[in-house]
Structure formats: structure tokens, C-alpha cells
Design a protein around this ligand. Structure first.
Ligand code: PMP
Length: 363
């Protein structure tokens, strides 16, 4: 009975939960390493634990539906006025709000092959036509994406850096693209991994908000801020876009514990610095380990690496599961020879590399 667009869409496949693998193979959860969902391996910041404890007595009350305190803090940090901020139940919520507020069955939505799996889902859920543009060197081909825009196009999704490839778009390319997109087409610049970027060749989308009123930058607390379980993300845009998103938003889409935690996380700069450091050394460890195994990878600016196994990755993924190591197969992204592995703590990365070596020798 579901609408045709809904029937056709492939459901999102999350990383396998640790408990599920433990049950399946009779392993102890503490012996399992999960590097499958680009989560922060440090665990939450102590400031976040305190903020959640302090918020517990208010559980019977509805959250602040406008997220006043968090928006104030985000405005102070980003320089974007609170009227241009939309809070979401994870940044996935922001992506969905964009589709619900701006896209109908008569419209098209453009994104890249090998881009984040939620773009086609939110597009097809509103009955619109998903236009997936072939990638260039695994990254967004912005020229081809601009050329794919028609009078029916309402939204273009781009991710910088992109998941699952880790590829990034540089300043000049982004600017040239934004210049080409008609004003009535919304560009969603998904910056879920922006806090991990340590080089200055990757632009900060916020710098362009003043110039392009059709731009929305989406961000999340799920990755570098380490709050994936709480589901908090946000959009930064011209107030007119935020106004439309807030009209279709569920009244209390971000819960009180999440609001309190996000506020505390935003203030804990030391945690973010440590998260970047762990990511930097872990990325190098994974790259060196892959090189030692004779494997190549797609250079990444995120907290994950797409590794080319040079063969079908599915049996290797299964073999790793048996060793208690959960990574992410990306065949559903059209990358059946690749595994995406999240950068973990040094010991976790080593567990993965050791298991990978064993499994590659066996299967
Ligand atoms: N965008 C990209 C590119 C992502 O990789 C993810 C997480 N996998 C998200 C958005 C959504 O994350 P969340 O809903 O947890 O903010």
C-alpha cells in the first residue's frame, strides 16, 4: 500500500550493533570492536555526563521546543543569527525537513553516486525523483551535478567531506558550483564531518551563507562531538530557509537530555581537540597498516577510510565479524570491493588490521 516512491527505496542499513554480533557468534560484547558507524571512539565528554545528570530531574517536562540555549550557543560559535538555525533530531532530521518543506512529487533532487544513503531516502519518501550523478574519482563531480539541474530541481545535496568515500570539495570548486546553481534551488551542504578537517583547503560552508541565500549547511553532534545516541544535529541558513524547516518540524524534535548534552559538548573544546588528535594518529595507523597489506584506499578527510580490497568485500566483512570486528560494507553505495572502517582508538585500529590480515589470508 505504500506509495510507489516508498516501495522503490532501499532501507538504510545501519552498522551491526555489538549486542547482536555477540549473540550471533557467542562473543563477549567487551571483546568486540565496532568501527562501523563513524562514531567517536573516546566516549562522551565528562562535561556531557554531568549535564545529562543535571537534566534528569526535569524528565517529566517537555523539552524547550525552540532550543533557546543551544541556539544561542551555536549562534555565538558560528556567527549565524539564531533565526537562521534549525535544530534536528540528528542531522538526518534536517535533511528530511528540507525534503518535506521544499520538495514534492513533481520535483527532482540531485546528489552524487557514492554519497550519503539518506539523500535518496528523504527524496523518495516525498515522492520526488532522485537524480544520482556519476562521481569523479569517487568524489562529487560538481560540473556534472550543476549540469543535471533542471527547472524541476528543488534541492541538491552535497557532503563535504563525503561519506562513505571521505572525499572533499575544495574552496574554488564549491564557489564555482554555488555560482552556477539557480537561486530557487536549495543547496544542502552536509558538513557532518567538518570538525575533523584539519587542512585549510576544505571550506567552511558558513563562510558562504551571506552570499548564497539558497544554501543550508547541516552539522551534527554525532561525530566529533561524540553524541550519536542522543540524536542532535542542526542547520545553518538564511532565516527564510530556517523558517520553512521550523514550520514542518515536529514541535519537540530534540529531547531535553540531548539539548543539555549538546550545549555541554559545544563548550568542551579540549574534547574536540583530543578527538582530532586521536583521529589524526589513527588515520595514519590505518593507512600504514593498509599499505603494509598491499591495499589502497581513498584519501579521506573524515574519521573513516574506504579501503579497496581489490575483490568482493562481502566475504571479508563476514570473516571480520567472526573475529569480533564490525566494519561497514558499502556495496549498497555501489562500492562492492570496498570496506569502510571508522578510525578508532589505537588498540581498536590494531585489532582491525590484525583481523584483516588473517581474514585476507583465509577467504
Ligand atoms: N550526513 C552524513 C554525510 C553522515 O555520514 C551522517 C551519519 N552517518 C549523517 C549526515 C547523519 O548523522 P546524524 O543524523 O547522526 O547527525
Amino acid at each position: 500500500l505504500a506509495r510507489p516512491g516508498v516501495q522503490k527505496l532501499s532501507p538504510y542499513v545501519p552498522g551491526k550493533p555489538v549486542e547482536e554480533l555477540a549473540r550471533e557468534f557467542g562473543l563477549r560484547p567487551q571483546d568486540i570492536v565496532k568501527l562501523a558507524s563513524n562514531e567517536n571512539p573516546l566516549g562522551p565528554s565528562p562535561a556531557v555526563r554531568e549535564a545529562i545528570a543535571a537534566a534528569l530531574p526535569e524528565l517529566t517536562r517537555y523539552p524547550d521546543g525552540n532550543g533557546f540555549a543551544l541556539k544561542q550557543a551555536l549562534a555565538a560559535k558560528s556567527g549565524v543569527n539564531t533565526a537562521g538555525i534549525t535544530l534536528g533530531n540528528g542531522s538526518n532530521d534536517i535533511l528530511e525537513l528540507v525534503a518535506r518543506a521544499f520538495v514534492g512529487p513533481e520535483h527532482e533532487v540531485v546528489f552524487s553516486d557514492h554519497a550519503f544513503a539518506v539523500y535518496p531516502i528523504v527524496t523518495q519518501a516525498v515522492g520526488a525523483k532522485a537524480v544520482s550523478v556519476p562521481a569523479k574519482d569517487w568524489g562529487h563531480d560538481l560540473d556534472a551535478m550543476a549540469a543535471a539541474i533542471t527547472p524541476s530541481t528543488r534541492v541538491v545535496f552535497i557532503a563535504n567531506p563525503n561519506n562513505p568515500t571521505g572525499t572533499w570539495i575544495e574552496r574554488d570548486a564549491l564557489e564555482a558550483f554555488l555560482d552556477r546553481v539557480p537561486e530557487n534551488v536549495i543547496v544542502v551542504l552536509d558538513e557532518a564531518y567538518t570538525e575533523y578537517v584539519e587542512t585549510d583547503d576544505v571550506p567552511n560552508g558558513v563562510d558562504y551563507l551571506g552570499r548564497y541565500s539558497n544554501l543550508l549547511v547541516s552539522r551534527t553532534f554525532s561525530k566529533a562531538y561524540g553524541l550519536a545516541a542522543l540524536r542532535v544535529g542542526y542547520g545553518l541558513s538564511h532565516p527564510a530557509i530556517a523558517d520553512a524547516l521550523n514550520r514542518v518540524r515536529q514541535p519537540f524534535n530534540v529531547n531535553s537530555l540531548a539539548l543539555a548534552a549538546a550545549l555541554a559538548a559545544l563548550e568542551d573544546e579540549a574534547y574536540l581537540i583530543e578527538s582530532r588528535r586521536i583521529n589524526r594518529i589513527g588515520m595514519q595507523q590505518l593507512e600504514e597498516g593498509c599499505a603494509a597489506l598491499g591495499l589502497s584506499w581513498i584519501p579521506s578527510r573524515g574519521n573513516f577510510l574506504a579501503i579497496d580490497l581489490g575483490r568482493e568485500a562481502a566475504p571479508v566483512f563476514q570473516g571480520l565479524l567472526r573475529e569480533g570486528v564490525i566494519v561497514r560494507p558499502v556495496a549498497n553505495y555501489g562500492m562492492s570491493n570496498y570496506l569502510r572502517v571508522t578510525v578508532g582508538l589505537p588498540a581498536e585500529n590494531q585489532r582491525f588490521l590484525d583481523a584483516l590480515k588473517q581474514v585476507l589470508a583465509r577467504v
